[in-house]
Design a protein around this ligand. Structure first.
Ligand SMILES: O=C(O)CCC(=O)C(=O)O
Length: 278
């Protein structure tokens, strides 16, 4: 399914948009399914709580997490053959599946500050990879995902406080001023695959009418031995459970320093271990 050019691009840039891996009508079906679930109540993983009277749009439509543990359509999507095939070709081996999430990102909802997924998943050895399915048309106005191409080569950076007027998460990673932050403009059914080290995030939804919904799967290499506790149990792509160890994280993290006028990363930071949950 992946051409040699697409694989080369993924290796160079740490991300790849696979256009129309799913159809527009499948995307519409997921919108209907998850909007109905969201209206029906609250679920494990609704950390910020659901409050339909709140003035914060994200309180009315908080993201849902790990739906595959109790919702069959989510499990079927996480293990979908099309995703498994692309991931296997990008990674060189079949992955394990560890997480589902749906972001509703309602009109005027905040985004998620720049971060690296491996900060949360702590895969050892290796890193994680995401499959991010656009359910709505995604562009700069409604807060499309943005990535820093090439940052998949960076180690885990030390986090700093994020601007929580713009982001619903409170940590971010600093990047050099000259870094490209590329907008992922996508149509319903397109899937963005991105490496777990890559710096990515999204700005607020500036539209007053349009949602920016996306269904997200997180995967780890089929040779991984450990992943953070929150992501257990890991599943093989046939749905069977695989027993992995629990990684704790902590240790050193990268800080940007100036070296002869160029920003370089030094591993001189020490990471805090406060409860991380993506
Ligand atoms: O969809 C977004 O705005 C952020 C999603 C994200 O950061 C992720 O899938 O890791």
């Amino acid at each position: 399914m992946i051409t040699p050019e697409q694989k080369q691009l993924f290796d160079q840039e740490g991300h790849l948009i696979y256009r129309q891996l799913f159809s527009g009508s499948e995307a519409r079906h997921f919108i209907d399914h998850f909007m109905a679930l969201r209206q029906q109540g609250s679920y494990p993983g609704d950390f910020s709580g659901v409050d339909i009277h709140s003035s914060d749009p994200l309180k009315k439509f908080p993201r849902m997490i790990h739906m595959h543990r109790w919702d069959k359509p989510s499990l079927d999507w996480l293990l979908d053959r099309r995703i498994a095939t692309v991931l296997t070709e990008l990674m060189g081996l079949e992955p394990y599946a560890v997480q589902t999430m749906i972001y509703f990102k309602p009109p005027k909802g905040r985004g998620q500050a720049l971060h690296q997924d491996q900060y949360y998943l702590r895969v050892q050895p290796g890193t994680c990879i995401a499959a991010w399915l656009a359910l709505d048309p995604c562009d700069e106005e409604n807060g499309c995902l943005k990535v820093v191409p090439g940052s998949q080569g960076w180690p885990l950076l030390c986090t700093v406080k994020a601007d929580t007027t713009q982001s619903f998460t409170d940590v971010t990673v600093p990047i050099p001023a000259e870094s490209e932050v590329r907008s992922m403009v996508m149509d319903p059914g397109d899937v963005l695959f991105f490496n777990g080290q890559i710096v990515h995030g999204s700005g607020p939804n500036l539209s007053s009418t349009r949602f920016r919904r996306s269904l997200i799967g997180h995967y780890i290499g089929g040779d991984a031995e450990q992943v953070a506790r929150y992501y257990h149990p890991a599943l093989r792509m046939d749905g069977s459970v695989v027993g992995l160890g629990i990684s704790e994280g902590g240790g050193s993290c990268g800080i940007w320093v100036d070296q002869e006028g160029k920003p370089v990363i030094e591993m001189t930071g020490v990471e805090e271990l406060a409860g991380r949950t993506e």
